[in-house]
Design a protein around this ligand. Structure first.
Ligand SMILES: Cc1cc2nc3c(=O)[nH]c(=O)nc-3n(C[C@H](O)[C@H](O)[C@H](O)COP(=O)(O)OP(=O)(O)OC[C@H]3O[C@@H](n4cnc5c(N)ncnc54)[C@H](O)[C@@H]3O)c2cc1C
Length: 296
């Protein structure tokens, strides 16, 4: 099967890239399961023009739009990618071999888990992996941020403007000096060295139990332990992800390998729909131009 552009990932960035590429009248395939997008579990309230919407509805509409402009969607997993003469070969677990001239990596990220009792059970019921997305649900409440580094510090500094009380639980605080200066003059209470043994509650989060047995009563637990990207596929193309698992791109969403573009969460923070949409647009347009040899 031959395509001009193949997109790995059918989340926000991949679908937006598909819409923009397909409207340039190139042949586009999108591989990925829509329901596996991070957005499918999100409730969006911070995207321009949308007061409130379930992410799954936005994805369904996005997939419909991409198909409407001619993109073909395959709900499969990409298992390998290799370079070939004039482009790339993408292999899927559905036994498809797709040849393409340009490739877009829009495979998102998977947030690192704490792996303690209660984390899964209370996900969306007080447990969150995204301070930017969920801060306003915790107005005048008590929250704990779990993590050691700058991500955790940024989340704590944001949450202190919403919540009545912010605890920051860390094994050892490793955030930057600048962030620590802000934390130190704030009302954030650092509990360190410490680590949660479990998250407890009744229908919703009520607290965390630390490894030393101490209980902290909170309504929310923000887990800020960074994320993993689908960097293995990128490595097959000679693209090395940085230590946080992000793929470096330029303003045109080009990676360091010619003909390979990347967009969305996989290119780094902020992990937000608005960024994924913007980058998806840029990557889609530029991959289509590359495939049509509109670029030098
Ligand atoms: C609980 C939650 C709440 C959120 N709330 C908000 C919010 O309020 N506002 C906001 O702006 N953002 C929010 N976000 C973040 C937002 O969902 C992401 O920024 C956005 O979905 C990123 O888009 P993406 O396309 O990069 O990745 P995703 O949407 O995650 O899509 C990645 C796609 O790649 C696919 N994929 C991965 N590997 C492969 C492979 N090997 N083969 C085929 N397909 C593959 C996946 O299946 C998935 O379909 C939230 C996220 C979560 C988890």
């Amino acid at each position: 099967m031959n395509y001009d552009v193949v997109i790995i990932g059918s989340g926000v960035a991949g679908l937006q890239a598909a819409i923009h590429a397909a409207r340039k009248k190139v042949k586009v395939a999108v591989i990925g399961k829509i329901e596996a997008s991070a957005l499918s579990k999100a409730h969006i309230e911070n995207y321009l023009g949308i007061e409130t919407s379930d992410g799954s509805k936005l994805l369904e509409t996005g997939a419909k739009q991409a198909r409407h402009y001619g993109a073909e969607l395959f709900p499969e997993e990409v298992i390998s990618v290799e370079m070939s003469e004039g482009g790339f070969i993408v292999k899927t677990d559905g036994m498809k071999d797709l040849a393409c001239k340009a490739l877009i990596i829009a495979s998102g990220i998977s947030r690192n888990k704490l792996n303690v009792e209660g984390e899964k059970e209370f996900y969306g019921l007080g447990v969150s992996y995204c301070a930017n997305c969920d801060c306003h649900f915790f107005k005048k409440k008590k929250v704990a941020i779990v993590g050691n580094g700058s991500n955790a510090a940024v989340a704590a500094l944001l949450l202190k403007d919403y919540a009545d009380k912010v605890y920051w639980v860390a094994k050892a605080v490793t955030a930057s000096k600048e962030l620590m200066e802000m934390v130190e003059v704030s009302s954030i209470e650092i509990i360190s060295p410490a680590w949660p043994a479990k998250i407890v509650g009744e229908n919703v989060v009520k607290g965390i139990v630390l490894k030393d047995g101490k209980v902290i009563d909170v309504d929310g637990v923000f887990i800020e332990l960074g994320a993993k990207g689908a960097a293995d596929l990128a490595i097959e193309l000679g693209i090395i992800a940085d230590e946080s698992g992000s793929i470096k791109v330029d303003r045109e969403c080009r990676t360091e390998t010619e003909g390979v573009f990347a967009c969305g969460d996989i290119t780094g923070q902020p992990w937000q729909m608005a960024k994924a949409v913007g980058e998806g647009c840029v990557a889609g347009l530029n991959a289509a131009s590359f495939a049509r040899k509109e670029v030098e």
